[in-house]
Design a protein around this ligand. Structure first.
Ligand code: NAI
Ligand code: MG
Length: 499
């Protein structure tokens, strides 16, 4: 291994990419203190891509100490304008290296290369630019007072913020956390998912190249129960932000309560209903619903996994949806026309397959799919269940795979009641040409996002987060500024003591 833990990775295209595989601490790629490393797998081939340094709690301590010191001595003195310039510079470099970034993401996660480039990375760049613009516009308020008072608030950074991200949209999740956290003036220790450590290491090199002072951004590869848990219970972190599963989200909240009551932002899972009324444009609804559940192999927190179709168009919708699902191009992420790549890991493949088995046992009808695609790689055929009910695990649990459950409904009241029969509330969609109905239902649905006549659209400037057990807090738009700053009220008395 050469210096900086640099390793050469050969893509299926024959091109070679260099990635520094150390822990990114203080703008250097270093070995972990105990020298541990772990393998990351290409889910399309089931082969090891490379190994990366593995952070344990002592590395977490080290990164948090450096990020804390950097905040106090360096980053807190950098102006919003300069923070914004650095974030924009990072966005420029990501644009320059977009092909490499998309390739490494695709290799490590199994996402189709072209979609990753067009969707994930473009949206990430947009996110960095959006928050770069905010860096010098994070203001407090001035309040109306008695004539001898002067009261105002200022928004202050927390100092160092811990962020833990999942594997399903690695670059995008980095952007969602890094961009606002840095714009707000915090330093950061970010832990990536053990399944997809590579793209963040590529971004780390760009962070260094962009000129961020050392210690502002620290990126650790590592596992949840070790490095992640060490962050969640760390006494020096005053804020943690997490995206991932509900059980882990709860464990982070618990760790916060049992340590120092650090503030917690949670973006968790969902079991989102997609409601299709008879008066909608069925062909359009089929396309959106297909994307809603099969995009990124169904490994999407907002996946439209429960599709409710009004009875009079149920047969027509089902026939068209089935045809489109069967026509989904599943396969090699580097092939141009691939829409659906493999699932991220063997563990996750097994988990999805066990849900499919449960669905069959519970009495749902497996219309198509439900089995492996091909011989190698963790591919699962687009799957449709019908004859489902809300008691079934496939209607309750976040499967996080290419598994759609399609049900029939007749009235608005009925479908809203069914839509609410889970513990989640991340997203929902409604398809109808009736604007009054669309707005009424949007109002009634317990969901952090409601799409009307579309599915899964995401904009960096629009708040995003969950009702119920789908999370705490809102990211996106100006909401992230609330999550990553704390408000200080200052009350000034201008006159003499009043009594
Ligand atoms: P996860 O929630 O276990 O992992 C997400 C992140 O949390 C990773 O960085 C992981 O290392 C970390 N983590 C795990 N255990 C931790 C702990 N005890 N303390 C601190 N950090 C910890 O998700 P996983 O295992 O990768 O996937 C399991 C299921 O979670 C999926 O099948 C899916 O249903 C759901 N999920 C939901 C996501 C979403 O965006 N809503 C994203 C990823 C997974
Ligand atoms: Mg991998």
């Amino acid at each position: 291994m050469s210096s900086n833990n640099e390793q050469s990775i050969t893509l299926p295209t024959g091109k070679t990419i260099k990635v520094n595989t150390g822990l990114f601490i203080n703008n250097e790629f270093v070995d972990s203190i105990d020298g541990k490393r772990f393998e990351t797998i290409n889910p399309a081939t089931e082969k090891v891509i490379t190994t990366v340094a593995e952070a344990l709690s002592n590395d977490v301590d080290k990164a948090i100490d450096i990020a804390t010191e950097t905040y106090v001595k360096v980053w807190s003195k950098v102006s919003g304008y300069d923070r914004g310039r650095l974030i924009n510079k990072l966005a420029d470099l990501m644009e320059r290296d977009i092909d490499e970034l998309a390739a490494i993401e695709s290799l490590d996660n199994g996402k189709p290369f072209l979609l990753t480039k067009a969707v994930d990375i473009q949206l990430s760049i947009k996110t960095y630019r959006y928050y770069a613009g905010f860096a010098d516009k994070i203001n407090g308020e001035l309040f109306q007072t008695e004539s001898d008072k002067f009261d105002f608030t200022q928004r202050e950074p927390y100092g160092v913020i811990g962020a833990i991200i999942p594997w399903n949209f690695p670059i995008m999740m980095q952007a969602t956390k890094l961009a606002p956290i840095l714009a707000c003036g915090n330093t950061i220790v970010l832990k990536t998912s053990e399944f997809t450590p590579l793209s963040a290491l590529k971004v780390a090199a760009l962070i260094k190249e962009a000129g961020f002072p050392k210690g502002v951004v620290n990126i650790l590869s590592g596992y949840g129960p070790t490095a992640g848990a060490a962050m969640a219970s760390h006494m020096k972190l005053r804020k943690i932000t997490f995206t991932g599963s509900v059980p882990v989200g709860k464990s982070i909240l618990k760790a916060s309560a049992e340590s120092n009551l650090k503030k917690v932002t949670l973006e968790l899972g969902g079991k989102s209903p997609n409601i299709i009324f008879a008066d909608s444009d069925i062909d359009e609804a089929v396309k959106w619903a297909h994307m809603g559940i099969y995009f990124s192999s169904g490994q999407v927190c907002v996946a439209g996994s429960r599709i409710y179709v009004q009875d009079s168009v149920y047969d027509e919708f089902l026939e068209k949806f089935k045809k489109r699902a069967e026509g989904t191009k599943v396969g090699d992420p580097f092939k141009e026309d691939t829409f659906q790549g493999p699932q991220v890991s063997q563990i996750h493949y097994n988990k999805i397959m066990s849900f499919i088995e449960a669905g069959k046992k519970e009495g749902a009808t497996l219309l198509i799919g439900g089995e492996r695609e091909g011989e190698k790689g963790y591919y699962i055929k687009p799957t449709i269940f019908t004859d489902t009910n809300e008691k079934m695990s496939i209607m309750q649990e976040e499967i996080f795979g290419p598994v759609a459950a399609i049900s029939k409904f007749s009235t608005v009241e009925e479908v809203i009641e069914k839509a609410h029969l889970t513990r989640y509330g991340l997203a929902a969609a409604v398809f109808t040409k009736d604007i009054t109905r669309a707005l009424k239902i949007s109002k009634e649905l317990n969901a952090g996002t409601v799409w009307v006549n579309c599915y899964g659209l995401y904009e960096p400037n629009v708040p995003f987060g969950g009702y119920r057990e789908s999370g705490i807090g809102r990211e996106g738009g100006e909401s992230s500024l609330n999550e990553y700053t704390q408000v200080k009220s200052v009350q000034v008395h201008l006159g003499k003591f009043m009594f």
